[in-house]
Ligand binder design. Structure first.
Ligand SMILES: Cc1cc2nc3c(=O)[nH]c(=O)nc-3n(C[C@H](O)[C@H](O)[C@H](O)COP(=O)(O)O)c2cc1C
Length: 199
């Protein structure tokens, strides 16, 4: 059976955005945990993040992080980044080129923080930032915080570290693996142009 998005640009874009939208809601979706890649010419790094928002109108996806994370300094020096998604069942890979906006202690972080779950706030309560070296194996948390035994008031301490990275999509690349012939397309969202590519 041929899928509607096999050879149709509009259907492909519809499919990609439906996969992003679904990933924000569905914890088991493979698109929920893309690889986010940033850096400079000599130091590029990828890491898994959790997709927290998808906004087709503004060509935006976003995730949360700690303001002390290494990637923040990298993004301040170069806000161009890439994101990589793969869904094995759907046989679809999506690659994004994005431009990032770092949000810290503003209306956007306020709104997202209010929606975070109590247990998720734990990530932002570590004394020293992610990537800090330690003499012992550690979660980075004080023992009383490590067992989720913190109050809502204590969890508010994490807000000062909470960061929302908005990724404005410049282009998307789609690869679909199919026995009868793979298909690949690129969407230049800045110039509103669609291209077929040899897979
Ligand atoms: C399943 C999973 C989800 C993760 N989600 C996030 C996330 O949403 N944001 C984030 O900054 N790091 C997330 N991480 C941790 C990063 O992969 C990375 O280890 C961390 O951000 C520190 O690296 P960096 O400062 O160089 O980016 C996640 C890791 C895993 C395995």
């Amino acid at each position: 059976m041929q899928v509607a998005y096999y050879e149709n640009f509009a259907e492909i874009k519809k499919k990609i955005w439906s996969m992003f939208d679904n990933a924000v809601k569905d914890r088991s979706s493979p698109f929920r945990i893309p690889v986010f890649i940033c850096g400079n010419q000599n130091d590029l790094d990828g890491r898994i993040v959790v997709l927290r928002k998808s906004d087709q109108i503004n060509y935006l996806v976003q995730y949360h992080s700690d303001i002390r994370s290494d990637k923040i300094d990298k993004l301040k020096a170069n806000n161009n980044a890439a994101m990589l998604f793969y869904d094995k069942e759907e046989k679809i890979q999506v690659r994004l080129k994005v431009e990032c906006i770092i949000n810290h202690e503003n209306e956007i972080t306020k709104e997202s923080w209010s929606k975070t779950q109590h247990i998720s706030r734990k990530c932002y309560l570590v004394d020293n930032g992610p990537g800090t070296e330690s003499n012992i194996p550690t979660s980075g948390l004080k023992p009383e915080l490590d067992n989720f035994d913190y109050t809502k008031k204590q969890s508010e301490d994490g807000y000062k570290n909470f960061t929302v990275i908005q990724c404005k999509i410049k282009s998307m690349e789609w690869l679909y693996l199919a026995a009868k012939g793979h298909r690949r397309a690129r969407f230049d969202l800045e110039n509103n142009k669609d291209y077929w590519l040899v897979p």
